[in-house]
Design a protein around this ligand. Structure first.
Ligand code: ADP
Ligand code: MG
Ligand code: MG
Length: 875
């Protein structure tokens, strides 16, 4: 069993062993890129460390020592050798990239003796002592747990005392002073001397990296991203190269394409004469990578070539870290770059055009969940607005919310249902929960690669960074821009794509699909065998959904047609009718309205299938609220006891009480309504078929699928189906036309799923109504469960996911599978689909594909994501 691999001998170990960073360092070494040499201590060594009670075993220790020897031989330097010292970085690297979660120590191997050697060898004492003080600080912070601001404060004081404005002005002698005080700080705070023995430095650091796997930030990050804790981290020990050796040196980070727009251009930042974290720390403001072309043309050219090589090799956009030492480029890291949805789509499509990816590969590069972002609102450009300030457009998307300055508070307010925007000088991993909770994040410091920017882009949240015009007073909880004061709780609107911040709320407009996105979705449809339909009740929704590529309507709920304020009086009359006659009269008034609804829907659909569900909710939903009525009646009794109005309201109240049920969702609703009051369904069916007749006459094809809801026994369906056939027959007879239509049912009670072979005898199709099916299978009331206990269940791991959002495959899924196979046993060609929230969700779509459904149906705005997810499921 091997615990350690040299960078050029890692073929046999995979990413799980080497971690992402180690695996990619090895890969870059193998394809001939300039990577400082080193070795990787594997994740199994990390797990062995924990198994042994946080101790490095003798085997691991021996392998590290042997590998160090190889490193020393290859570089010709020795750890701790004053005449030619090897300096290394010790870098954590888990399987999944966890930006900023784990700590890196640079310049390890420095001590009172080697620093002299470095000074002499490089003929640059200032550099040597600067590197040494950096090492003491990093080592103190990461390994010994010293608060690193203590070192920084010391440095600040020193600068003030000496009248220096920036670190560049400090000379070697100054750094020597600093180093002595740094050692003292370490001694005082850590209760031990700063270790001079480089071997001891190395092993203490390896321990610390292993320990950091379980630090609070790392654990939280893993929870947020569903990364299991048993994976462990690898440790990379790598010889140092120096970006802080003078004006021909520097360090930088870059994306091989623009991570915000996807444009094919090298995109990033660098700093001359700087080391490691300087770029991301926001201490000095970095220069855009384009400047490097002028400053170091050869290096820039090499960097561009390297990034193209890496993209070809990985078939994906890369996020790289590099250092230039005396004009020589070194690659320190590469990984698949995080990007916005817009960029993801553009990059995938461009890479097909460039021959890097096939269409299918390109589809897999884009996450269906992520492209939801593209369908989010953006600021209405026509609307008058007052720009407050601008920062860097770190992550696109627009958001409006109240200003908060604290991550905890952002979380609390969001849980209370408020919409907030987190405003911070900068963010650290400790603020992640606040970024998650907020609609958007704004920082005053840091660039496009700062912590806030990276995290927000990853989560698809709007973010603006480096908005320097904003001056924040965290204590008093306000910020100013010029003379304008914005207090906590004030509302601002931000546009992450332009970097603009505005005062107050600005209206948003609905998005449209870009040409590139359309193209990608066309590929998705070609690759996929699962249709995507939409849930839509109005012609407006249908138009949107068709624009988004819906193949048909999977669920048209007719109750929304009843809710119209102009119709509700007629609906109430229908419900409250004492006599059949009165009811017929009310229904006659509703009929033309319903018919018109269907005509418009059919015309918009142009022959695509449209699944119409007959009335489903309990009738009391159409009546006024009982408490409100009671108040009105009481008032009227006092003020106007003889009025007509009082009589009407009293009557209404009586009826509301009569219709009241203790479990309305399990009461008189769905097909039970049709069974008890067939005239309601009859009216709806008449409207459907008369509409069909008219639209057909205009030469437009119509393909309705009539869906009977909430069936639990085949006889209900049989009776309702007959009703449909009778009505259709009557209309056919009158108009002399023949109609093609389907009659089927929603499978949403467990009994219907269990007896699906019987139900299928009377059904032309099944549509799995997984909202109700989930509710009834669990016995969870959807309206109550989420707020009352479901959240706890998910947090405590009683349930892996909210079953109303991600289909519970183990339980509800079994009913679906069973329903499909029983149904198809009776009717081999039975059409099957799913409606309900799950129809637009990635994992549930995969399940629907695996189960052999013909289509999924989801809300119009989920249609593009669902088309992509359907392609992923098929590929
Ligand atoms: P993170 O995972 O937080 O990005 P890294 O291990 O990548 O941490 O290290 C952060 C930075 O430290 C790198 O981007 C690089 O600038 C610097 N660094 C790491 N190893 C070396 C090295 N061997 N030589 C020079 N700089 C290094
Ligand atoms: Mg890095
Ligand atoms: Mg239902």
């Amino acid at each position: 069993k091997e615990f350690v691999f040299m960078f050029d001998h890692q073929e046999s170990a995979g990413k799980e062993m080497l971690g992402g960073k180690g695996a990619n360092l090895a890969e870059m070494t193998r394809i001939g890129l300039p990577v400082p040499y080193g070795f990787t201590i594997t994740t199994s060594a990390c797990n062995a460390y924990y198994d042994a009670g946080q101790k490095i075993s003798p085997e691991v220790e021996k392998e590290v020592t042997d590998s160090l020897k190889i490193l020393e031989q290859t570089t010709g330097k020795r750890l701790g050798d004053p005449s030619n010292p090897l300096l290394v970085s010790v870098r954590s690297g888990a399987v999944h990239s966890m930006p900023g979660m784990m700590d890196t120590v640079l310049n390890l191997g420095m001590n009172d003796e080697t620093v002299k050697g470095i000074a002499e060898l490089t003929d640059n004492p200032r550099f040597a002592y600067d590197s040494y003080r950096r090492f003491i600080q990093m080592f103190g912070d990461v390994v010994l747990g010293v608060d690193s601001s203590l070192y920084e404060k010391r440095l600040e004081t020193f600068r003030d005392e000496h009248g220096y404005k920036s670190d560049v002005e400090l000379a070697a002698e100054d750094w020597k002073d600093i180093i002595e005080t740094y050692k003292n700080i370490t001694q005082e705070e850590a209760g031990r001397t700063f270790p001079q023995d480089p071997k001891e430095q190395l092993f203490l650091t390896i321990n610390a990296v292993f320990d950091s796997w379980n630090n609070k930030r790392a654990v939280l990050y893993r929870q947020l991203h569903d990364i299991p804790g048993h994976l462990g981290t690898a440790v990379n020990v790598q010889s140092m190269v120096f970006g802080n050796m003078g004006d021909h040196s520097g360090t930088g980070v870059a994306f091989t394409r623009n991570p915000s727009t996807g444009e094919s251009e090298l995109y990033g930042e660098y700093l001359i004469n700087a080391q490691g974290e300087d770029v991301v720390a926001g201490i000095r403001t970095p220069q855009p990578i384009a400047d490097l072309e002028k400053e170091m043309p050869d290096v820039y050219k090499q960097l561009v070539e390297t990034s193209q090589l890496l993209e070809k090799h990985y078939g994906d956009m890369q996020d790289i870290e590099f250092t230039v030492e005396h004009g020589n480029l070194f690659m320190l890291q590469t990984r698949n770059g995080k990007r916005t949805a817009q960029a993801a789509v553009r990059i995938a499509v461009d890479m097909v055009k460039e021959g890097i990816l096939s269409e299918r590969e390109a589809l897999l590069r884009v996450d269906p969940d992520q492209i939801d972002q593209l369908l989010h609102n953006h600021i209405d450009p026509e609307h008058k607005r007052k720009q407050l300030a601008t920062g860097l457009p770190a992550s696109p998307g627009a958001a409006t919310g109240q200003v908060v300055f604290d991550a905890d508070e952002a979380e609390v307010l969001t849980n209370e249902g408020k919409e907030v925007i987190l405003v911070r000088p900068e963010t650290t991993p400790e603020d992640i929960h606040g970024i998650v909770a907020s609609k958007a994040t704004v920082t005053t410091r840091g660039g496009m690669t700062s912590h806030a920017a990276v995290v927000a882009r990853g989560m698809g949240k709007a973010c603006i960074c480096g908005c320097e015009a904003m001056k924040i007073d965290l204590e008093a909880e306000y910020f100013t821009v010029g003379d304008t004061v914005v207090n906590k709780g004030d509302v601002i609107t931000i546009d992450g794509a332009s970097g603009e911040i505005f005062l107050g709320e600005i209206p948003m407009i609905a998005p449209e699909l870009s040409d590139v996105f359309q193209l990608l979705l066309t590929w998705a449809d070609e690759a996929s065998t699962l249709d995507v339909r939409t849930n839509a009740d109005t012609p407006e929704d249908v138009r949107k959904a068709l624009e988004f590529g819906a193949a048909g309507i999977g669920l048209c709920r007719t109750e929304h047609m009843f809710m119209d304020p102009e119709r509700i009086p007629a609906v109430q009359k229908m419900i409250l009718a004492d006599t059949d006659e009165a009811r017929e009269k009310a229904l006659d008034r509703l009929l033309p309205m319903q018919q018109q609804d269907f005509e418009r829907m059919f015309e918009t659909m142009q022959g695509r299938p449209i699944n119409i569900r007959l009335l489903d909710p309990p009738l009391h939903e159409f009546l006024p609220n009982k408490e409100d009525l009671l108040v009105d009646v009481t008032k009227l009794q006092l003020t106007d006891p003889d009025s007509e109005e009082l009589k009407e309201k009293e009557n209404l109240l009586r009826n509301v009480r009569l219709l009241e049920e203790s479990n309305p969702m399990l009461g008189l609703r769905g097909c039970r309504l049709g069974m008890i009051h067939p005239e309601i369904y009859e009216m709806q069916l008449t409207a459907i078929f008369q509409a069909m007749s008219g639209v057909l006459r205009k030469g437009i094809d119509v393909n309705p699928e009539i869906m009977i809801p909430l069936v639990s026994t085949v006889d209900e369906l049989k009776e309702m189906r007959q009703l449909a056939i009778n009505v259709a027959g009557r209309v056919e007879e009158k108009s002399g036309q023949t109609f093609t239509y389907l009659v089927g049912t929603m499978i949403e009670t467990p009994r219907a799923a269990l007896t699906a072979d019987r139900v299928a005898e009377e059904a032309d199709f099944f549509s799995f109504g997984t909202n109700d099916l989930t509710q009834m299978t669990f016995g969870f009331s959807r309206d109550d469960a989420e707020g009352k206990f479901l959240q706890h269940y998910v947090e405590d791991g009683v349930l892996p996911k909210n079953p109303f959002m991600t289909l519970d495959q183990e339980g509800v899924g079994k009913l679906v599978e069973n329903g499909v196979s029983l149904g198809r046993a009776t009717k081999p060609g039975l059409k099957t689909g799913i409606c309900g929230e799950h129809g637009g969700e990635k994992a549930s779509i995969q399940f629907c594909f695996d189960t052999g459904l013909d289509y999924v149906s989801c809300s119009p705005f989920r249609v593009p994501a669902a088309r992509l997810a359907a392609a992923h499921a098929t590929i």
